[in-house]
Design a protein around this ligand. Structure first.
Ligand code: URA
Length: 242
């Protein structure tokens, strides 16, 4: 992506960017210091590997989507308008994992379509990606009433769907947005502010996983966008490294 386009995206995100003079002179757009080193990779002690993969994945995307649409495994099915399966490229190099559908997502049956979704789209564009080029999913497929946090029993009932989606996509990298996604994928209570500063891996394939702030949080705390931009640069470096 050329520098002026990049700057437009940063402006759209409301991010003031600083470019090191030596790099600016060299015309480099990605700060090598944010590129992950192999030694930085932290194996995740995530619990998903203890959960058996449920059989729908054997039937591929269609069977999995049908299983989600008909799921009654937790009480959230009673209050949902639509299940929110996930959207995007089934062969994406990047998977974005959020928390759970909100009101607008529940209405439309698609993840990240509200205000937070618009910011997520801008964040993706900032690293040269269109929403259609990634796969976007959530920890939960149904909306918790009043947008409360997912409960442990709901996550337990639902997480195998996400596990199967990751197994089908086999992404090159995962971006967990927000604490709920990060905590459930990495099985940790560490704050996002700590988790975002290092590389993690997810699942048996040791897929590189990065954590950043949830776009809804960034809408409330725009001063944190600069940190999210650092995370996106790191992610960009990771995707380019392949
Ligand atoms: N927040 C999420 O975490 N996921 C969505 O799909 C929408 C908002």
């Amino acid at each position: 992506m050329d520098a002026s386009r990049r700057q437009q995206y940063l402006d759209a995100l409301g991010i003031v960017s600083w470019v090191r003079r030596d790099r600016a002179a060299a015309g480099s757009s990605t700060d090598a210091s944010v590129m992950p080193e192999a030694a930085e990779l932290q194996p995740a002690n995530n619990f998903l590997k203890d959960e058996p993969v449920k059989p729908a994945a054997a039937g591929g995307w269609e069977a999995l989507e049908a299983a989600v649409a008909h799921c009654t495994a937790c009480a959230l099915h009673r209050s949902r308008t639509h299940t929110v399966f996930g959207v995007g490229d089934h062969h994406a190099r990047l998977m974005i994992i959020g928390e759970a559908p909100g009101a607008e997502e529940d209405r439309q049956g698609e993840p990240f379509v509200g205000r937070a979704g618009q910011l997520l789209n801008a964040m993706l564009r900032a690293i040269g990606l269109d929403r259609s080029q990634v796969f976007i999913a959530n920890i939960l497929k149904c909306r918790p009433p009043g947008n409360r946090n997912p409960q442990a029993d709901e996550v337990k009932a639902c997480i195998h769907f996400l596990q199967q989606q990751v197994a089908l996509v086999r992404p090159r990298a995962i971006l967990a947005v927000g604490g709920v996604a990060a905590h459930n994928l990495l099985q940790t209570d560490d704050a996002v502010g700590r988790l975002r500063s290092r590389m993690h891996t997810y699942g048996e394939e040791n897929t590189p996983l990065l954590v950043t702030y949830h776009p809804a949080y960034l809408l409330r705390r725009p001063e944190e966008k600069a940190k999210a931009w650092q995370d996106l640069q790191k992610l960009h470096g990771l995707l380019q490294a392949d």
